[in-house]
Design a binder for this molecule. Structure first.
Ligand code: B3K
Ligand code: ZN
Length: 876
């Protein structure tokens, strides 16, 4: 396939200042009439050919300045429309009529139907599946859209912007016109038409303008959009208060659809959502679902400024909108909930998804320089590491200067299709600082490693850190340059408070942050009388791996006393990880894993520490997952040994703390009336982690079964079901609970996703047969991305022992399924296939079988560009 390169960017010869679209909707043959006002760009001499993008299009009519174009004057293929000699005048009008079949569209890009509702997805390159266009993000156009449809089939007609004229067309058809005054790229175009229920509300902006808010959902589900609407209003207010950003149209519409390739889409004034991220009540959604809804509603809303008003010049700049908008939604959630708990959750996600990407064959810079298929670059690196990079800018500049830079960004670039260079420039201009070395975070792939050795000289009252940075090689980047790494830190004294030091030598230290810029720094703190415990990378100030020789006593001390909550969590997590790695080694050596008494007791102390939030305690005592342990071991992975080691530590902690955990579990009690707020969710989280521990003890299945039947909300019910299915799969309690759950929710697709997920993650040899059987379940469908992700995605990415079964049957099933999904939906298949990205870290037997699986996919006929790109890079 073709390779696109950043350095090949050229502005287009033509612009499209105005785009008027008419849609005559019909499931099998929709007509799209596009009337474009086209302008030659200033400074272009002559009349270069006009080349419009298409994808699978059928051209019905083309007119230039009101006259039919002679067939010799243009060339149309499904992939492009070329006008060799456009008019010599500066401006001309082009009319293009295409025919498309939304009902046949299973890739869910362009115009398609979900549950009878017409909807669109155009990012990144879906607009070209609707009409011929300059389908690139630097072509900003003002759109007017007229939709015509059968009134009974689609009483609701929506597009971007503000509503205009609407009326009857006779013959049971009607129309509506929408106008969006803000010039936008084609990827932000959206249309929705169908029969949906409405939840309406309103919002008065800081300057006093009233905005009509609407969320459209399936009829009968209106009640389930309450939390989404509340999240929207809080997001709108927050963006005014924290970033000074007001909403700019008269209406803001959200539509929930059940067939969607990802989470949601920020189309101007008309966000389209995967219904999983809109619909929730206590009976059907977990606390994690509520938190995701809040975050994603906010994320898409925040794109209105970071993405829509200021968009990307080209797709290499994707992180300009995504990394920044993730950072904004993280900050929003931190303000709405517990900042410390939110930060820990973010870091866990980053390590689980971005680190393996950055450390494997699919590694790429936050701003990539080349791609074959842009859809494969909506990655954890672009999104999550992109957000971490913005966070580091704020750490380096300080909150006030960061806000000044953001203000300048909005002022200088409103209406632009901008670049990462533009973004960095505003912070340099606002602060007068040089960010050129820092910019490497955008350009260089790989997770930097920082190695630290600490020593205290009691005679001279000096504390010294020897710090070294290195960036490991990544595909096509073998030589790396040195990074600017902001390392937040504290020297913790015996009273648990940070020790003051008199002076620092060897690196620049500002406001508790060591700035690493060289390969090696010897940083000496003078005036330090007692040997401190060193707390490094506080708040996870830099997305790095840290290797530091630390005494277990120091880590235990930090786990109890570090003033930075994140580092406190980190200290205990490091202890747990070290213990699990050692235990895995024991299992492999045929020995019984053993754990330090102090460690298992500390779990009990943290669980019961009433000075800490429930949610923090729950996170602290949750063991690293099997994939986390595998990542930290790094090579020669045997998932069965990891599983055995982890279960052994669960058992050791549960046994030692048995009566304490039982009492705590009882005290936390079953929930009374439900509230989705963070404090209530934290209490449930702690109680459910305790259940997980207690369930490993004798009669654990009875306790879990009681928990299951007493549950009055989905969080508790799903937690109990998971414990039963994973820890006591053969018990009557597990079988009954799975059956009861299925019976109760069989017609609620989103809840059935949880049922599929729990079973797909069931550890052990039997999972592959179970998952295969479940693909035939009436609630499952290969055509629906949520179902596929729940069952197949969970199996491949969250079931280490099942998927990586030593005999390779997990991989065989995976190959068949990925290829079956691909026939309909290449994007979802390509995403699934990334589950094998860490195949080289497996032990040799599994490694060979995983490689065969990848080769089998790459040998399949008519492989899509999406899947080919992933598989070839993974094998390279
Ligand atoms: N911008 C969209 C993602 C589009 C993915 C296209 N393959 C959602 C978001 O990040 O907000
Ligand atoms: Zn986004």
């Amino acid at each position: 396939g073709q390779v696109f390169r950043l350095e090949d960017y050229r502005p287009s010869d033509y612009h499209i200042p105005l785009t008027d679209l008419t849609f005559r909707l019909s499931p099998d043959s929709t007509r799209v009439i596009s009337e474009l006002t086209i302008e030659r760009r200033d400074g272009i001499s002559g009349t270069p050919p006009l080349v419009l993008d298409g994808d699978g299009l059928v051209l019905k009519r083309v007119e230039l300045d009101g006259k039919a174009l002679a067939p010799s004057a243009y060339e149309a293929t499904p992939e492009s429309l070329v006008i060799a000699n456009p008019p010599a005048g500066k401006r001309f009008r082009l009319l293009i009529e295409t025919e498309i079949a939304p009902s046949q569209n299973q890739a869910l890009m362009g115009l398609y139907r979900s549950n009878g509702v017409y909807c669109t997805q155009c990012e990144a390159e879906g607009f070209r599946r609707i009409t011929y266009f300059l389908d690139r993000p630097d072509i900003l156009s003002v759109y007017t859209v007229r939709i015509e449809a059968k009134r009974d089939e689609a009483p609701l007609l929506l597009a971007n912007g503000n509503p205009g004229e609407r009326g009857d067309l006779g013959d049971g058809r009607h129309f509506a016109v929408w106008h969006d005054p803000f010039p936008k790229p084609s990827y932000l175009f959206a249309l929705v038409a169908g029969d949906l229920g409405l939840v309406s509300d309103s919002f008065v902006t800081a300057s006093g303008r009233e905005v009509a808010l609407a969320i459209y959902v399936e009829h009968g589900k209106e009640r389930l959009a309450t939390y989404a609407m509340d999240s929207l209003k809080r997001s709108m207010r927050w963006d005014e208060e924290v970033f000074g950003r007001e909403y700019d149209l008269d209406v803001f519409n959200i539509v929930a659809v059940s067939d969607f390739n990802m989470g949601a889409m920020e189309n101007k004034g008309l966000n389209v959502f995967n219904d999983k991220y809109v619909l929730a009540d206590e009976e059907t959604a977990t606390d994690a679902d509520f938190a995701n809804i809040e975050a994603i509603i906010a994320h898409e809303y925040f794109h209105n400024w970071t993405g829509n008003r200021i968009t990307c010049r080209d797709w290499f700049q994707l992180c300009l909108k995504e990394g920044l908008t993730v950072f904004r939604d993280h900050e929003f959630s931190a303000d709405q909930r517990s900042r410390a708990v939110k930060r820990i959750a973010e870091v866990r996600t980053l390590r689980a998804h971005q680190f393996p990407e950055d450390q494997g064959p699919l590694a790429h810079p936050v701003r990539p320089r080349r791609y074959r298929e842009i859809n494969n670059f909506y990655t954890a690196t672009v999104y999550e590491k992109g957000s971490e990079v913005v966070r580091m800018i704020r750490t380096i500049l300080g909150a006030d200067m960061f806000r000044k830079g953001m203000d300048l960004y909005f002022e200088r670039h409103d209406g632009d299709a901008a670049t990462i260079e533009d973004f960095l420039q505003v912070f340099e201009d606002a602060s007068g600082r040089d960010l050129s070395q820092f910019a490497l975070w955008y350009h260089q792939a790989g997770t930097p490693n920082v190695t630290v050795a600490a020593s205290h000289n009691a005679a001279s009252n000096e504390f010294t850190l020897e710090i070294e940075q290195s960036v490991p090689p990544t595909p096509s980047e073998s030589r790396k340059r040195l990074m600017h790494i902001p390392l937040a830190f504290g020297l913790v004294g015996q009273d648990g408070k940070d020790i003051a030091y008199a002076a620092v030598d060897g690196a620049s230290v500002e406001d508790g942050v060591i700035h690493l810029r060289k390969r090696r720094h010897v940083v000496t703190f003078s005036g330090v009388a007692e040997r401190p415990a060193i707390s490094l990378n506080r708040g996870f100030s830099a997305p790095i791996t840290l290797s530091i020789e630390q005494k277990p006593e120091d880590l235990m001390f930090l786990a109890r006393h570090d003033g930075d909550a994140f580092s406190r969590w980190q200290a205990f997590n490091t202890l747990l990880t070290d213990a699990l790695i050692a235990a895995t080694r024991n299992v492999l050596g045929g020995k019984k894993p053993a754990f330090a008494k102090e460690l298992v007791e500390l779990a009990g102390i943290i669980a019961g520490d009433e000075t800490l939030e429930h949610a923090f305690r729950a996170l602290a005592i949750s063991l690293p997952g099997e994939a986390d342990i595998a990542r930290d071991i790094g090579a020669n992975i045997d998932p069965d040994a990891i599983h055995a080691a982890r279960e052994a530590l669960v058992g050791a902690i549960a046994e030692t703390n048995q009566s304490h955990f039982k009492a705590l579990y009882e005290k936390l009690g079953a929930s009374g009336s439900f509230s989705p707020d963070a404090t209530s969710a934290g209490r449930r989280a702690l109680r459910n982690v305790l259940l997980d521990y207690l369930s490993i003890l004798p009669h654990g299945e009875m306790l879990a079964a009681d928990h299951f039947s007493a549950a009055t909300n989905m969080t508790d019910r799903a937690a109990a079901l998971m414990v039963l299915a994973h820890r006591h799969p053969k018990s009557a309690e597990a079988v009954n609970a799975l059956a009861a759950f299925e019976e109760k929710y069989r017609s609620d697709a989103l809840v059935m996703d949880k049922w599929f997920q729990i079973q797909a993650a069931m550890p052990g040899q039997d999972a592959v047969d179970l998952v295969r059987r479940l693909t035939a379940h009436p609630a499952f469908s290969m055509a629906n991305p949520n179902r596929v992700r729940s069952l197949i995605g969970t199996f491949a990415s969250a079931n280490q022992t099942g998927f990586h079964r030593a005999d390779g049957t997990g991989y065989k099933f995976f190959v068949e399924t990925v290829l079956a999904v691909e026939k309909r939906n290449p994007q979802v298949a390509a995403r699934l296939a990334t589950a094998l990205r860490s195949w080289r870290s497996l032990e040799p037997g599994r490694q060979a079988k995983a490689r065969e699986a990848l080769l089998a996919i790459s040998a399949a006929e008519n492989l899509s560009a999406d899947l080919r790109d992933i598989v070839e890079r993974t094998l390279a």
